[in-house]
Ligand binder design. Structure first.
Ligand SMILES: [Zn+2]
Length: 500
Protein backbone atom coordinates (compact mmCIF):
# COMPACT_ATOMS: atom_id res chain seq x y z
CA UNK A 1 0.00 0.00 0.00
CA UNK A 2 1.33 3.44 -0.90
CA UNK A 3 0.60 6.53 1.17
CA UNK A 4 -1.64 7.97 -1.51
CA UNK A 5 -3.60 4.70 -1.73
CA UNK A 6 -4.03 4.68 2.03
CA UNK A 7 -5.15 8.33 2.04
CA UNK A 8 -7.65 7.56 -0.70
CA UNK A 9 -8.99 4.69 1.39
CA UNK A 10 -9.16 6.96 4.45
CA UNK A 11 -11.22 9.51 2.54
CA UNK A 12 -13.57 6.90 1.09
CA UNK A 13 -14.10 5.29 4.49
CA UNK A 14 -15.03 8.59 6.11
CA UNK A 15 -17.38 9.54 3.29
CA UNK A 16 -19.12 6.17 3.58
CA UNK A 17 -19.44 6.53 7.36
CA UNK A 18 -20.80 10.04 6.84
CA UNK A 19 -23.36 8.73 4.35
CA UNK A 20 -24.64 6.05 6.73
CA UNK A 21 -24.78 8.60 9.55
CA UNK A 22 -26.59 11.05 7.29
CA UNK A 23 -29.22 8.48 6.32
CA UNK A 24 -29.75 7.36 9.92
CA UNK A 25 -30.10 10.96 11.14
CA UNK A 26 -32.69 11.69 8.45
CA UNK A 27 -34.67 8.66 9.60
CA UNK A 28 -34.52 9.99 13.15
CA UNK A 29 -35.63 13.49 12.12
CA UNK A 30 -38.46 12.01 10.09
CA UNK A 31 -39.50 9.85 13.06
CA UNK A 32 -39.84 12.81 15.42
CA UNK A 33 -41.25 15.38 13.00
CA UNK A 34 -43.26 14.06 10.06
CA UNK A 35 -43.72 10.29 10.28
CA UNK A 36 -47.16 8.95 11.29
CA UNK A 37 -47.14 7.49 14.81
CA UNK A 38 -47.36 3.77 14.03
CA UNK A 39 -44.47 3.50 11.58
CA UNK A 40 -41.53 2.59 13.84
CA UNK A 41 -41.33 -1.01 12.60
CA UNK A 42 -40.33 -0.13 9.04
CA UNK A 43 -37.76 2.41 10.19
CA UNK A 44 -36.39 -0.16 12.63
CA UNK A 45 -35.71 -2.55 9.72
CA UNK A 46 -33.84 0.12 7.77
CA UNK A 47 -31.92 1.33 10.81
CA UNK A 48 -30.88 -2.26 11.55
CA UNK A 49 -29.49 -2.70 8.04
CA UNK A 50 -27.74 0.68 7.99
CA UNK A 51 -26.15 0.37 11.42
CA UNK A 52 -24.93 -3.17 10.68
CA UNK A 53 -23.41 -1.96 7.41
CA UNK A 54 -21.77 0.95 9.16
CA UNK A 55 -20.39 -1.37 11.86
CA UNK A 56 -19.00 -3.78 9.25
CA UNK A 57 -17.34 -0.91 7.47
CA UNK A 58 -15.56 0.17 10.63
CA UNK A 59 -14.51 -3.31 11.69
CA UNK A 60 -13.31 -4.57 8.32
CA UNK A 61 -9.75 -5.89 8.83
CA UNK A 62 -8.46 -3.63 6.05
CA UNK A 63 -9.39 -0.56 8.12
CA UNK A 64 -6.90 -0.97 11.00
CA UNK A 65 -4.28 -2.00 8.46
CA UNK A 66 -4.74 1.32 6.62
CA UNK A 67 -4.98 3.38 9.83
CA UNK A 68 -1.85 1.93 11.44
CA UNK A 69 0.04 2.26 8.15
CA UNK A 70 -0.83 5.96 8.03
CA UNK A 71 0.07 6.43 11.66
CA UNK A 72 3.51 4.97 10.91
CA UNK A 73 3.84 7.62 8.16
CA UNK A 74 2.32 10.43 10.25
CA UNK A 75 5.09 12.88 9.32
CA UNK A 76 4.41 12.39 5.61
CA UNK A 77 0.71 13.22 5.70
CA UNK A 78 -1.12 16.45 6.44
CA UNK A 79 -1.87 17.47 10.01
CA UNK A 80 -5.58 17.15 9.29
CA UNK A 81 -5.28 13.61 7.90
CA UNK A 82 -3.12 12.75 10.93
CA UNK A 83 -5.83 13.96 13.29
CA UNK A 84 -8.41 11.90 11.40
CA UNK A 85 -6.22 8.83 11.73
CA UNK A 86 -5.75 9.43 15.48
CA UNK A 87 -9.45 9.77 16.06
CA UNK A 88 -10.39 6.69 14.04
CA UNK A 89 -7.70 4.61 15.76
CA UNK A 90 -9.00 5.72 19.14
CA UNK A 91 -12.50 4.60 18.14
CA UNK A 92 -11.23 1.36 16.65
CA UNK A 93 -9.25 0.45 19.75
CA UNK A 94 -12.21 1.16 21.96
CA UNK A 95 -14.51 -0.95 19.85
CA UNK A 96 -12.10 -3.87 19.74
CA UNK A 97 -11.91 -4.03 23.54
CA UNK A 98 -15.54 -5.09 23.99
CA UNK A 99 -16.62 -8.62 23.00
CA UNK A 100 -19.10 -8.37 20.12
CA UNK A 101 -21.91 -10.31 21.84
CA UNK A 102 -21.64 -8.13 24.94
CA UNK A 103 -21.73 -4.97 22.84
CA UNK A 104 -24.91 -6.12 21.11
CA UNK A 105 -26.49 -7.12 24.45
CA UNK A 106 -25.78 -3.65 25.85
CA UNK A 107 -27.38 -1.95 22.84
CA UNK A 108 -30.46 -4.12 23.30
CA UNK A 109 -30.57 -3.36 27.02
CA UNK A 110 -30.42 0.40 26.33
CA UNK A 111 -33.22 0.14 23.78
CA UNK A 112 -35.44 -1.69 26.21
CA UNK A 113 -34.59 0.46 29.21
CA UNK A 114 -35.37 3.65 27.25
CA UNK A 115 -38.79 2.29 26.34
CA UNK A 116 -39.44 1.17 29.92
CA UNK A 117 -38.41 4.64 31.14
CA UNK A 118 -40.93 6.32 28.79
CA UNK A 119 -43.74 4.24 30.19
CA UNK A 120 -42.53 4.54 33.78
CA UNK A 121 -42.41 8.34 33.51
CA UNK A 122 -45.89 8.52 32.01
CA UNK A 123 -47.27 6.24 34.74
CA UNK A 124 -45.20 7.56 37.67
CA UNK A 125 -43.89 4.03 38.20
CA UNK A 126 -40.25 4.08 39.28
CA UNK A 127 -40.39 0.44 40.47
CA UNK A 128 -40.85 -0.82 36.89
CA UNK A 129 -37.79 1.14 35.71
CA UNK A 130 -35.53 0.31 38.68
CA UNK A 131 -34.35 -3.18 37.56
CA UNK A 132 -33.38 -1.78 34.14
CA UNK A 133 -31.55 1.15 35.64
CA UNK A 134 -29.60 -1.28 37.83
CA UNK A 135 -28.56 -3.21 34.72
CA UNK A 136 -27.69 -0.03 32.84
CA UNK A 137 -25.40 1.16 35.64
CA UNK A 138 -23.79 -2.28 35.92
CA UNK A 139 -23.19 -2.32 32.16
CA UNK A 140 -21.67 1.18 32.23
CA UNK A 141 -19.29 0.05 34.98
CA UNK A 142 -18.38 -3.08 33.02
CA UNK A 143 -17.83 -1.09 29.81
CA UNK A 144 -15.60 1.41 31.60
CA UNK A 145 -13.61 -1.59 32.86
CA UNK A 146 -13.00 -2.72 29.26
CA UNK A 147 -12.16 0.74 27.96
CA UNK A 148 -9.99 2.01 30.82
CA UNK A 149 -9.43 -0.62 33.53
CA UNK A 150 -7.05 1.70 35.39
CA UNK A 151 -9.68 4.41 35.84
CA UNK A 152 -12.52 4.91 38.27
CA UNK A 153 -15.64 3.98 36.19
CA UNK A 154 -17.55 7.19 36.91
CA UNK A 155 -14.49 9.28 36.08
CA UNK A 156 -14.24 7.38 32.82
CA UNK A 157 -17.78 8.36 31.81
CA UNK A 158 -17.34 11.94 32.97
CA UNK A 159 -14.26 12.28 30.80
CA UNK A 160 -16.02 10.64 27.87
CA UNK A 161 -18.22 13.73 27.78
CA UNK A 162 -15.74 16.40 28.89
CA UNK A 163 -12.09 15.52 28.94
CA UNK A 164 -10.15 16.57 32.03
CA UNK A 165 -13.19 16.84 34.28
CA UNK A 166 -13.01 13.99 36.78
CA UNK A 167 -14.91 13.88 40.08
CA UNK A 168 -11.93 15.50 41.77
CA UNK A 169 -12.22 18.58 39.54
CA UNK A 170 -15.99 18.63 39.37
CA UNK A 171 -16.35 18.43 43.16
CA UNK A 172 -14.36 21.66 43.36
CA UNK A 173 -16.27 23.23 40.45
CA UNK A 174 -19.69 22.46 41.89
CA UNK A 175 -18.78 23.50 45.42
CA UNK A 176 -17.58 26.86 44.05
CA UNK A 177 -20.93 27.28 42.31
CA UNK A 178 -22.94 26.15 45.31
CA UNK A 179 -21.14 28.56 47.62
CA UNK A 180 -22.25 31.56 45.52
CA UNK A 181 -25.51 30.42 43.98
CA UNK A 182 -27.32 29.00 47.02
CA UNK A 183 -27.16 32.24 49.10
CA UNK A 184 -28.07 34.22 45.98
CA UNK A 185 -31.20 32.11 45.44
CA UNK A 186 -32.11 32.58 49.11
CA UNK A 187 -31.72 36.35 48.81
CA UNK A 188 -33.78 36.43 45.61
CA UNK A 189 -36.45 34.37 47.38
CA UNK A 190 -36.81 37.14 49.99
CA UNK A 191 -37.56 39.75 47.28
CA UNK A 192 -41.01 40.54 45.91
CA UNK A 193 -41.53 38.22 42.91
CA UNK A 194 -41.19 39.64 39.40
CA UNK A 195 -44.48 39.89 37.52
CA UNK A 196 -44.18 37.71 34.43
CA UNK A 197 -47.92 37.01 34.02
CA UNK A 198 -48.05 38.69 30.57
CA UNK A 199 -45.76 35.99 29.15
CA UNK A 200 -48.56 33.47 29.69
CA UNK A 201 -51.42 35.14 27.80
CA UNK A 202 -52.63 33.52 24.58
CA UNK A 203 -49.88 33.82 21.96
CA UNK A 204 -51.09 32.34 18.63
CA UNK A 205 -48.63 29.83 17.21
CA UNK A 206 -48.61 31.38 13.73
CA UNK A 207 -47.27 34.67 15.12
CA UNK A 208 -44.77 32.74 17.26
CA UNK A 209 -43.49 31.14 14.03
CA UNK A 210 -42.94 34.63 12.64
CA UNK A 211 -41.01 35.49 15.79
CA UNK A 212 -38.80 32.41 15.21
CA UNK A 213 -38.10 33.63 11.67
CA UNK A 214 -37.10 37.04 13.00
CA UNK A 215 -34.83 35.52 15.65
CA UNK A 216 -33.09 33.31 13.11
CA UNK A 217 -32.43 36.42 11.03
CA UNK A 218 -30.96 38.28 14.00
CA UNK A 219 -28.75 35.24 14.68
CA UNK A 220 -27.50 35.53 11.07
CA UNK A 221 -28.62 31.96 10.36
CA UNK A 222 -29.10 31.29 6.66
CA UNK A 223 -32.44 29.51 6.34
CA UNK A 224 -31.23 27.97 3.12
CA UNK A 225 -29.03 25.80 5.33
CA UNK A 226 -31.00 25.55 8.56
CA UNK A 227 -34.67 24.77 9.06
CA UNK A 228 -36.96 24.81 12.12
CA UNK A 229 -39.31 21.91 12.74
CA UNK A 230 -41.60 21.25 15.70
CA UNK A 231 -41.05 18.44 18.20
CA UNK A 232 -41.95 17.55 21.78
CA UNK A 233 -38.46 18.52 23.00
CA UNK A 234 -36.36 21.02 21.04
CA UNK A 235 -33.03 19.77 19.65
CA UNK A 236 -30.43 20.39 16.95
CA UNK A 237 -29.38 17.78 14.43
CA UNK A 238 -26.44 18.45 12.15
CA UNK A 239 -26.28 16.50 8.92
CA UNK A 240 -23.33 18.47 7.57
CA UNK A 241 -22.20 22.09 7.74
CA UNK A 242 -24.63 23.06 4.99
CA UNK A 243 -27.61 21.21 6.40
CA UNK A 244 -28.50 21.74 10.05
CA UNK A 245 -31.98 21.15 11.48
CA UNK A 246 -33.28 22.70 14.65
CA UNK A 247 -36.61 22.11 16.34
CA UNK A 248 -38.77 23.99 18.80
CA UNK A 249 -42.04 23.51 20.65
CA UNK A 250 -44.73 26.19 20.56
CA UNK A 251 -46.95 26.65 23.60
CA UNK A 252 -49.86 28.96 23.00
CA UNK A 253 -49.81 30.03 26.66
CA UNK A 254 -46.06 30.68 26.95
CA UNK A 255 -44.28 32.96 24.48
CA UNK A 256 -40.83 32.78 26.10
CA UNK A 257 -40.55 29.00 25.87
CA UNK A 258 -40.15 28.72 22.11
CA UNK A 259 -38.42 32.10 21.84
CA UNK A 260 -35.54 30.88 24.02
CA UNK A 261 -35.55 27.38 22.54
CA UNK A 262 -34.97 28.90 19.12
CA UNK A 263 -32.11 31.07 20.40
CA UNK A 264 -30.60 28.11 22.31
CA UNK A 265 -30.80 25.69 19.39
CA UNK A 266 -29.70 28.54 17.11
CA UNK A 267 -26.49 28.72 19.15
CA UNK A 268 -25.91 25.00 18.56
CA UNK A 269 -26.68 25.49 14.87
CA UNK A 270 -24.20 28.37 14.51
CA UNK A 271 -21.46 26.11 15.88
CA UNK A 272 -22.21 23.44 13.26
CA UNK A 273 -22.75 25.90 10.39
CA UNK A 274 -19.40 27.52 11.17
CA UNK A 275 -17.29 24.36 10.82
CA UNK A 276 -14.30 24.48 8.49
CA UNK A 277 -14.86 23.36 4.88
CA UNK A 278 -11.92 20.95 5.01
CA UNK A 279 -13.64 19.01 7.80
CA UNK A 280 -16.77 18.25 5.76
CA UNK A 281 -17.60 14.54 5.44
CA UNK A 282 -14.74 13.59 7.76
CA UNK A 283 -14.77 12.25 11.31
CA UNK A 284 -13.62 15.70 12.45
CA UNK A 285 -16.80 17.51 11.37
CA UNK A 286 -19.16 18.63 14.14
CA UNK A 287 -18.68 20.10 17.58
CA UNK A 288 -15.82 18.85 19.71
CA UNK A 289 -17.60 18.17 23.00
CA UNK A 290 -20.91 18.42 24.70
CA UNK A 291 -19.61 21.13 27.07
CA UNK A 292 -18.29 23.32 24.27
CA UNK A 293 -21.53 22.80 22.33
CA UNK A 294 -23.58 23.82 25.31
CA UNK A 295 -21.35 26.86 25.84
CA UNK A 296 -22.44 28.09 22.40
CA UNK A 297 -26.15 27.49 22.90
CA UNK A 298 -26.18 28.98 26.40
CA UNK A 299 -24.05 31.91 25.32
CA UNK A 300 -26.74 32.95 22.84
CA UNK A 301 -29.69 31.95 24.99
CA UNK A 302 -28.58 33.62 28.23
CA UNK A 303 -25.58 35.91 27.84
CA UNK A 304 -26.97 37.46 24.64
CA UNK A 305 -30.68 36.57 24.46
CA UNK A 306 -31.51 37.42 28.06
CA UNK A 307 -29.33 40.54 28.18
CA UNK A 308 -30.78 44.00 28.61
CA UNK A 309 -29.37 45.15 25.26
CA UNK A 310 -30.90 42.29 23.33
CA UNK A 311 -34.31 42.82 24.91
CA UNK A 312 -34.15 46.54 24.06
CA UNK A 313 -33.50 45.57 20.46
CA UNK A 314 -35.95 42.69 20.12
CA UNK A 315 -38.86 43.85 22.28
CA UNK A 316 -40.40 46.32 19.77
CA UNK A 317 -40.45 43.47 17.29
CA UNK A 318 -42.12 41.08 19.73
CA UNK A 319 -44.63 43.76 20.67
CA UNK A 320 -45.45 44.37 17.01
CA UNK A 321 -46.29 40.66 16.64
CA UNK A 322 -48.33 40.57 19.86
CA UNK A 323 -49.75 44.09 20.39
CA UNK A 324 -52.69 43.04 22.56
CA UNK A 325 -50.82 40.54 24.73
CA UNK A 326 -48.04 43.06 25.43
CA UNK A 327 -50.12 46.24 25.62
CA UNK A 328 -48.68 48.51 28.32
CA UNK A 329 -45.61 46.29 28.79
CA UNK A 330 -42.21 48.02 28.59
CA UNK A 331 -38.87 46.50 27.48
CA UNK A 332 -37.73 46.66 31.11
CA UNK A 333 -40.75 44.58 32.21
CA UNK A 334 -40.04 42.03 29.51
CA UNK A 335 -36.36 41.88 30.49
CA UNK A 336 -37.27 41.24 34.10
CA UNK A 337 -39.90 38.65 33.21
CA UNK A 338 -37.63 36.51 31.02
CA UNK A 339 -35.00 36.57 33.77
CA UNK A 340 -37.27 35.73 36.67
CA UNK A 341 -35.61 33.25 39.03
CA UNK A 342 -37.69 30.78 40.98
CA UNK A 343 -36.80 27.24 42.11
CA UNK A 344 -38.79 24.71 40.10
CA UNK A 345 -39.03 20.95 39.78
CA UNK A 346 -38.18 20.43 36.11
CA UNK A 347 -34.62 20.91 34.88
CA UNK A 348 -35.42 21.81 31.28
CA UNK A 349 -37.78 24.57 32.44
CA UNK A 350 -35.39 25.96 35.05
CA UNK A 351 -34.20 29.58 34.91
CA UNK A 352 -30.59 30.62 34.44
CA UNK A 353 -29.91 31.02 38.18
CA UNK A 354 -31.35 27.77 39.53
CA UNK A 355 -30.38 25.58 36.56
CA UNK A 356 -27.01 24.42 37.90
CA UNK A 357 -28.55 23.13 41.10
CA UNK A 358 -30.58 20.67 39.04
CA UNK A 359 -27.30 19.44 37.54
CA UNK A 360 -25.70 19.12 40.98
CA UNK A 361 -28.55 16.89 42.17
CA UNK A 362 -27.91 14.51 39.26
CA UNK A 363 -24.14 14.61 39.64
CA UNK A 364 -24.25 13.78 43.37
CA UNK A 365 -26.62 10.88 42.78
CA UNK A 366 -24.66 9.43 39.85
CA UNK A 367 -21.50 9.56 41.92
CA UNK A 368 -23.11 7.66 44.79
CA UNK A 369 -24.72 5.11 42.47
CA UNK A 370 -21.42 4.34 40.74
CA UNK A 371 -19.58 4.04 44.05
CA UNK A 372 -22.20 1.64 45.39
CA UNK A 373 -23.08 4.10 48.17
CA UNK A 374 -26.65 4.32 46.95
CA UNK A 375 -28.90 1.49 45.75
CA UNK A 376 -31.21 2.16 42.81
CA UNK A 377 -34.28 1.42 44.95
CA UNK A 378 -33.20 4.24 47.31
CA UNK A 379 -32.83 6.69 44.43
CA UNK A 380 -36.25 8.43 44.53
CA UNK A 381 -35.90 9.21 48.25
CA UNK A 382 -32.34 10.47 47.75
CA UNK A 383 -33.51 12.61 44.80
CA UNK A 384 -36.31 14.17 46.83
CA UNK A 385 -33.97 14.88 49.75
CA UNK A 386 -31.48 16.71 47.52
CA UNK A 387 -34.22 18.74 45.80
CA UNK A 388 -35.29 19.82 49.26
CA UNK A 389 -31.73 20.59 50.34
CA UNK A 390 -30.62 22.47 47.18
CA UNK A 391 -33.83 24.06 45.92
CA UNK A 392 -36.12 23.92 48.94
CA UNK A 393 -38.76 22.01 47.00
CA UNK A 394 -41.08 19.17 47.86
CA UNK A 395 -41.19 16.67 44.97
CA UNK A 396 -44.82 15.52 44.51
CA UNK A 397 -44.14 12.39 42.45
CA UNK A 398 -41.36 10.62 40.53
CA UNK A 399 -42.65 11.82 37.14
CA UNK A 400 -41.72 15.35 38.28
CA UNK A 401 -38.68 14.02 40.10
CA UNK A 402 -36.26 11.22 39.43
CA UNK A 403 -38.02 10.03 36.25
CA UNK A 404 -38.07 13.39 34.44
CA UNK A 405 -34.94 13.02 32.25
CA UNK A 406 -34.37 10.45 29.53
CA UNK A 407 -30.57 10.32 30.04
CA UNK A 408 -30.26 7.47 32.54
CA UNK A 409 -32.61 5.17 30.67
CA UNK A 410 -30.48 5.69 27.56
CA UNK A 411 -27.23 4.99 29.41
CA UNK A 412 -26.03 8.61 29.32
CA UNK A 413 -24.19 8.64 32.64
CA UNK A 414 -21.70 11.39 33.44
CA UNK A 415 -23.35 13.60 30.83
CA UNK A 416 -25.17 16.16 32.99
CA UNK A 417 -22.11 18.08 34.28
CA UNK A 418 -21.31 19.26 30.76
CA UNK A 419 -24.48 21.41 30.82
CA UNK A 420 -23.14 23.30 33.84
CA UNK A 421 -19.62 23.47 32.42
CA UNK A 422 -21.02 24.90 29.17
CA UNK A 423 -22.67 27.74 31.08
CA UNK A 424 -19.46 28.47 32.97
CA UNK A 425 -17.36 28.36 29.76
CA UNK A 426 -19.82 30.78 28.14
CA UNK A 427 -19.50 33.33 30.95
CA UNK A 428 -15.72 33.31 30.69
CA UNK A 429 -15.85 33.53 26.88
CA UNK A 430 -18.07 36.60 27.24
CA UNK A 431 -15.54 38.24 29.55
CA UNK A 432 -12.68 37.53 27.14
CA UNK A 433 -14.76 38.67 24.15
CA UNK A 434 -15.49 41.97 25.89
CA UNK A 435 -11.77 42.81 25.76
CA UNK A 436 -11.95 43.21 21.99
CA UNK A 437 -15.66 43.75 21.22
CA UNK A 438 -18.26 46.10 22.62
CA UNK A 439 -20.65 43.20 23.10
CA UNK A 440 -23.38 45.22 24.80
CA UNK A 441 -23.49 47.95 22.15
CA UNK A 442 -23.48 45.39 19.31
CA UNK A 443 -26.24 43.36 20.96
CA UNK A 444 -28.36 46.44 21.61
CA UNK A 445 -28.16 47.24 17.87
CA UNK A 446 -28.97 43.63 16.94
CA UNK A 447 -25.60 43.35 15.20
CA UNK A 448 -24.54 39.86 16.16
CA UNK A 449 -22.27 39.20 13.15
CA UNK A 450 -19.02 40.39 14.84
CA UNK A 451 -19.86 38.29 17.91
CA UNK A 452 -20.54 35.22 15.79
CA UNK A 453 -17.35 35.92 13.83
CA UNK A 454 -15.35 35.99 17.07
CA UNK A 455 -16.72 32.58 18.06
CA UNK A 456 -16.27 31.17 14.58
CA UNK A 457 -12.62 32.19 14.48
CA UNK A 458 -11.76 30.67 17.87
CA UNK A 459 -14.19 27.76 18.17
CA UNK A 460 -16.56 26.89 15.34
CA UNK A 461 -14.10 26.46 12.49
CA UNK A 462 -12.16 23.76 14.31
CA UNK A 463 -15.09 21.34 14.48
CA UNK A 464 -13.65 18.42 16.40
CA UNK A 465 -10.20 18.75 14.83
CA UNK A 466 -9.14 20.15 18.23
CA UNK A 467 -10.02 18.57 21.57
CA UNK A 468 -12.32 20.46 23.95
CA UNK A 469 -9.48 21.63 26.21
CA UNK A 470 -7.54 23.04 23.22
CA UNK A 471 -10.61 24.82 21.88
CA UNK A 472 -11.39 26.24 25.29
CA UNK A 473 -7.85 27.50 25.66
CA UNK A 474 -8.05 29.15 22.20
CA UNK A 475 -11.36 30.78 23.07
CA UNK A 476 -10.06 32.00 26.42
CA UNK A 477 -6.86 33.29 24.84
CA UNK A 478 -4.74 30.98 26.95
CA UNK A 479 -6.34 31.87 30.27
CA UNK A 480 -7.11 28.84 32.45
CA UNK A 481 -10.76 27.93 32.99
CA UNK A 482 -12.10 29.77 36.02
CA UNK A 483 -15.72 29.36 37.20
CA UNK A 484 -15.49 32.64 39.13
CA UNK A 485 -16.42 34.38 35.87
CA UNK A 486 -19.69 32.50 35.90
CA UNK A 487 -20.53 33.07 39.57
CA UNK A 488 -19.59 36.78 39.24
CA UNK A 489 -21.79 37.05 36.17
CA UNK A 490 -24.75 35.53 38.05
CA UNK A 491 -24.17 37.61 41.19
CA UNK A 492 -23.94 40.86 39.16
CA UNK A 493 -26.94 40.10 37.00
CA UNK A 494 -29.30 38.94 39.73
CA UNK A 495 -28.20 41.54 42.28
CA UNK A 496 -29.09 44.27 39.80
CA UNK A 497 -32.29 42.57 38.74
CA UNK A 498 -33.60 42.10 42.26
CA UNK A 499 -31.96 45.18 43.79
CA UNK A 500 -29.92 43.14 46.31
ZN1 LIG B 1 -28.40 22.49 24.27
Amino acid sequence: MTISEALQKLETLQKQLYAYGHAMSILYIDAVTAAPPDTAAGRGETLGVLSAASYQLKTDPSVPEMLFFLRDHRSEISDLAGRQVDKLIEEYEKMSKVPMDEYVAIQQLLNTSENVWHKAKAENDFASFAPYLEKVIASRIRLAGYYAPEKDPYDYWLEEHEKGFTTEKLDVFFSQLREKIVPLIRAVGQCPPIDDSFLFHCYPVEAQRQLSDALMKILCIDRGHCSIAETEHPFTCELNKYDVRITTHYYEDNVASSMYSVIHEGGHALYELGGGDALQYTCLAGGTSMGIHESQSRFFENMIGRSRGFIDFVFPLVQELFPQQLAGVEAEDFYRAVNKAQPSLIRIEADELTYCLHIMVRYELEKRLFRGELAVKELPAAWNALMQEYLGLEVPDDTHGVLQDSHWGGGMMGYFPSYALGSAYAAQMLAVMRRSLDVDALTARGELAPIIGWLRERIHRYGSARKADEVLSLALEGEPFDPTYYTDYLVDKYSALYGL
